[in-house]
Design a protein around this ligand. Sequence first.
Ligand code: AMP
Ligand code: GLY
Length: 430
Amino acid sequence: MRVLVIGSGGREHALCWAAARSPQLGALFCAPGNGGTAALAENIPLDPMNFTACAAWAERQAIDLTLIGPDDPLGGGIADIFAARGLRVFGPSAAAARIESSKAWAKHLMRAAGIPTAHARSFDDRAAAEEYLRNYEARGGAYPVVIKADGLAAGKGVVLARDGAAARAALDHLLVAGGLGAAGRTVLIEAYLEGPELSLFALVDGARMVPLTPACDYKRAEDGDAGPNTGGMGAYSPPSFATPALLAEIEARILRPTVAALTAAGTPFRGLLYAGLMLTREGPKALEFNARFGDPETQVVLPRLESDVLALCAAAADGQLDRVPMPAWSAKATCGVVVASAGYPGPSASGLPITGLETLDSDILVFHAGTRRVADGQLVTSGGRVLTLVAYGETVAAARAHVYANIERVRFAGARWRRDIAAREQPVGQ
Ligand code: AMP
Ligand code: GLY
């Protein structure tokens, strides 16, 4: 099988790594890829947002399966362009990807299907949002509330507003100042939920779904869940609180009805459906859905997959998940920690030499994100999230100890990472 992976992050490196273990793999390409994917795949300098160029290249190269990593191309319709040329693609249509690209649409779908989620109202008018907040306050409604931009915002679209002033500032930023552009032209005012968070991925073939193993992600930049939201600073799998009974409940009450609702809406989903869940006192609730693999969860989930990732993704793309064996998972746990540039999630420097990777224990997995190789072969930084280091262990605690015993050996100017990934075996206070 000739396989193309679209994207350039740690998630895509992990997809390439898993694809490289498949007995079916013939040739592997990654567009545009990074300094890590270059060792497993041929990096192709295509822009993931230039859908026609990507599809034309895939056609010329007789690609058998294309895996789309990031949200932006999916939301923009890359899978539609591939499908229109008869190319096999793992990733939903733009219409189905609205489950991620419009939080208001997703909320409407969930509400209509009776899927447990936080109560929310959507607004595109500042005055109407003000009236809602005034009524909410007059009824004794409590803070915090959550203000969310409707569209894709690279993790910057969610504000936990601790009081009315913060809520109003967030509304002003999005609806008046246009702080996130079109992504923030519609906002949700959402009830604040509390509890541990869980990421659960499912392969979906348009009708059937197969859940993958659960993971926990750490979204805040600093230890103790302080600081701004990021794309994710680390993850581990499996969380001990994700019991078979809990997973069965999430599958029955959230994942299956969502897949059915997408089909009923005329937008069947094919690809990877990612449920971001909060385990509240009233039971699991959907915080959000994404239409793609999560980053960095993929870096801890795929290393535990003992089955052929290409067989699974091809079956989902073909609408034939009933024809593949269920995925098998390693009994070992994984813990992954993101090594980020100084300043992340704000602007950060690029081009800083990275050293020490050759000194890591041989069983540590290194998934690159913001890296590239310069002329003399030197690896340098090229973004906010630079690497995810992943260790296996007999337990989550052992995996955690192993990854942190190695991470200090990675060096570049300003390198930083959270020290508490998997420390309490669940994210606190998010
Ligand atoms: P999202 O992009 O919707 O996953 O939101 C990013 C993060 O914001 C989530 O991982 C949560 O930690 C937090 N968050 C989102 N929605 C809520 C909510 N309704 N209540 C509490 N925290 C939330
Ligand atoms: N780790 C969060 C995300 O991929 O959206």
